[in-house]
Design a binder for this molecule. Structure first.
Ligand code: ADP
Ligand code: MG
Length: 239
């Protein structure tokens, strides 16, 4: 589903991704771990072209998205993203947040988009919230709306960038439960500090360090026998 070859990304003189090679088969769940600043967000953002790679190739579902003439809105539809800070539109209702892109980008009728939007709200446990505004929701509810909004585009790949890091502890579980319910129904890459989620749900853990993938292993192996000193130190510091 995803093929990354020799991916580099620099911001001015700062080399953030220094050559990432990666293949992710369809419906795999990959957790990205690693110290702050190691390039995890930049890698995810390159995968839906929120950042333009400096070098290298990214192929998603057989399409090279790094080609100069790639269709950005098609790529964004196929590769959904959920952010730490939800990024909902505050002046729109929950249902409007979810139906906006299907109507504007995919050309769905409002009726069809709303029907599907309500189904997605049920799927994330928010059937009673279509008409409320994001400001009236808890953090966990906002993040579940953000997930439903991304799903509304029927993405092949879902990227999660620390989706629970901005939540109060009592709300983390409800968001992880929704993510777990999506596992293996689509290809999923999640940057997370939730080690239990990585251990229980991921097929594979990528440990990033200094702009490269330093380890790539099944969670049972990574958590019990990390190969690098950096990963051992990282795991020692993480609860
Ligand atoms: P992580 O998600 O692993 O914490 P990031 O990918 O966010 O790391 O950032 C890696 C490095 O790239 C950091 O040093 C960060 O400051 C820098 N960086 C990220 N985005 C930008 C940007 N748009 N402009 C300049 N520097 C950036
Ligand atoms: Mg980050």
């Amino acid at each position: 589903m995803i093929e990354v070859k020799g991916l580099k990304k620099s911001f001015g003189a700062l080399d953030v991704l220094k050559g990432v090679d990666l293949e992710v088969p369809a419906n795999q769940v990959v957790c990205l771990l690693g110290p702050s600043g190691s390039g995890k967000s930049t890698l995810l953002r390159c995968l839906n072209l929120l950042e333009r790679p400096t070098a290298g190739q990214i192929i998603v579902a057989g399409q090279e998205i790094t080609r100069a003439d790639a269709d950005l809105s098609k790529i964004r539809a196929e590769v959904g993203m959920v952010f730490q800070h939800f990024n909902l539109f505050p002046h729109m209702t929950v249902l409007q947040n979810i139906t906006l892109a299907p109507i504007k980008v995919r050309g769905e009728s409002p009726e069809a988009a709303e029907k599907r939007g309500l189904e997605l709200l049920a799927r994330v446990g928010l059937s009673d919230k279509p008409a409320v505004y994001p400001g009236q929701l808890s953090g966990g509810q906002k993040q579940r709306v953000a997930i439903a909004r991304a799903l509304a585009m029927q993405p092949k790949v879902m990227l999660f960038d620390e989706p629970t890091s901005a939540l109060d502890p009592e709300m983390v579980g409800e968001v992880l439960a929704v993510m777990k319910s999506l596992a293996h129904q689509m290809t999923m890459l999640a940057v997370t500090h939730e080690m239990a989620f990585a251990r229980d749900v991921a097929d594979r853990v990528l440990f990033m360090d200094g702009g490269v993938v330093a380890e790539d292993a099944p969670p049972a192996e990574f958590f019990t026998r990390p190969k690098t000193e950096r990963a051992r130190a990282f795991l020692d510091m993480t609860p």
